[in-house]
Design a protein around this ligand. Structure first.
Ligand SMILES: Cc1cc2nc3c(=O)[nH]c(=O)nc-3n(C[C@H](O)[C@H](O)[C@H](O)COP(=O)(O)OP(=O)(O)OC[C@H]3O[C@@H](n4cnc5c(N)ncnc54)[C@H](O)[C@@H]3O)c2cc1C
Length: 393
């Protein structure tokens, strides 16, 4: 089976790796440079803590079981000469900063526990034992030992290197411009500026640009960009030991509001910089960094870790999350156009969900039984029906 994957971000890379390791012949088309999209514009949180019971949590739990396996495989395959992907299951600490926020945080954790997430309630003293530099004015906390972290750019590069070792081809500066159809109307390939490539299947993994990639192939897909910005401090001795965030982040993640939302998500990288995220805003592909947004991020970070006021910010950056109106990624065959598949729409969780997405898609394509029920992620799911129009000729 020959497969073309459109997009060389973490989802395209993970998908190519999984398919190539099953013996499929894979070509990845990237219109710019690999890892030039959102996978280089975000953080590397692999979080169960921000997901309530439901389909996305199931996919995250599956991914969480795969991460240590894939990490070990990559180290084994690529050897010590390849930079570390910095996978670390350092755990998360979610706190409330108001009296009113404490009970909802603990109630949410109880629903997660019922769904199999490890979530230990913390009083203020216990939270300060885990994070001694945390603001003692917090009102409650929950410890999530399964939360983890990875360096997303190196991880994507490692997945690409591994996919290539299994025979996948990655073409950079090679945009997919249009689809090739056979007389029956099936999708049988893709045209780029330099070539016509034929395949049994075409996978759209174009992140926030998946809507336009799908349109180029003749089908509507409601993926929209949801802007996010991050602050990076100068390096410092480690004083933040977990992923630490304010409980109001969970409602920002789940909301469909187009207006600006900010909430504190703070972690130290292996190098000693502190990442301070993040904002959410639907403003199209406007890539300008906004001082007002960055100021709000900084202010909220100080509420959690007052010592950060003495630290300097080294840089800031941002990216576009691939937002779906029903808050679930699209993974599977498109019922409208034979030959078309999707692996996209992961919004703010695409780094964490990448390895599960690759594995799930490979199972579906090869006819293997998926490790989890994939129906909820199918493009044919009822919640997407209002957004999927007809196939263009
Ligand atoms: C501020 C911020 C913080 C985030 N933090 C986290 C986090 O902590 N944890 C987490 O799990 N996720 C996080 N995310 C989300 C995560 O970054 C994304 O979900 C993930 O990177 C999406 O990967 P992707 O491969 O789908 O998209 P991308 O990395 O954008 O890759 C898509 C690629 O497709 C290419 N492309 C587009 N159109 C075409 C075409 N026609 N032909 C060929 N190539 C094409 C693009 O050039 C691009 O390289 C964050 C995002 C942001 C913005």
């Amino acid at each position: 089976m020959n497969v073309i994957v459109i997009g060389g971000g973490i989802i395209g890379a993970a998908t190519a790796r999984s398919l190539a390791r099953r013996g499929l012949s894979v070509v990845v088309l990237e219109r710019g440079r690999n890892v030039g999209g959102t996978s280089s514009g975000g953080e590397g949180n692999l979080l169960l803590s921000d997901k309530g019971p439901g389909d996305e949590l199931r996919l995250t739990q599956y991914s969480s079981t795969l991460w240590p396996i894939v990490d070990a495989e990559l180290r084994d395959e690529l050897g010590p000469g390849f930079p570390s992907v910095e996978f670390e299951r350092k755990g998360g600490v979610v706190v409330s900063t108001t009296a009113a926020g404490a009970q909802p945080l603990l109630d949410f954790a109880a629903t997660q526990r019922a769904a199999g997430v490890v979530a230990h309630p913390l009083d203020v003293a216990a939270a300060l034992e885990l994070e001694p530099h945390l603001n003692p004015a917090i009102t409650a906390g929950v410890h999530y030992p399964e939360d983890a972290q990875v360096q997303p750019v190196i991880m994507t590069e490692a997945l690409i290197a591994s996919a290539k070792r299994s025979g996948a081809w990655f073409f950079e500066n090679e945009p997919a411009l249009s689809g090739i159809r056979n007389p029956a109307g099936d999708l049988v390939g893709v045209r780029t500026p330099t070539r016509a490539l034929y395949a049994d299947a075409v996978v759209i993994a174009a992140g926030p640009w998946s809507g336009s990639a799908a349109e180029a192939l003749g089908v509507p897909l409601p993926v929209k960009p949801r802007r996010g910005m991050v602050l990076v401090t100068s390096r410092m001795p480690h004083r933040i030991f977990h992923k630490v965030y304010d409980g109001d982040y969970v409602s920002a993640v789940g909301s469909s509001d187009a207006a600006l939302q900010t909430s504190s998500v703070i972690e130290t990288t292996a190098a000693g910089t502190v990442l301070i995220g993040s904002s959410r805003q639907q403003i199209g592909f406007d890539s300008r960094l906004t001082v007002a947004v960055l100021r709000e991020l900084a202010q909220k970070a100080l509420r959690l870790f007052p010592f950060l006021s003495e630290m300097s910010v080294m840089r800031s950056y941002g990216g576009f999350r691939p937002f779906m109106p029903d808050h679930l990624p699209v993974i599977g065959a498109d019922p409208r156009l034979s030959g078309l598949w999707h692996a996209t729409g992961h919004e703010g969780a695409g780094i964490g969900l990448s390895v599960a997405t690759g594995a799930l898609l490979a199972d579906l394509m090869t006819g293997a039984t998926p490790a989890i029920d994939a129906a909820a992620f199918s493009p044919a799911r009822p919640s997407l029906a209002p957004y999927l129009g007809a196939v263009a000729a």
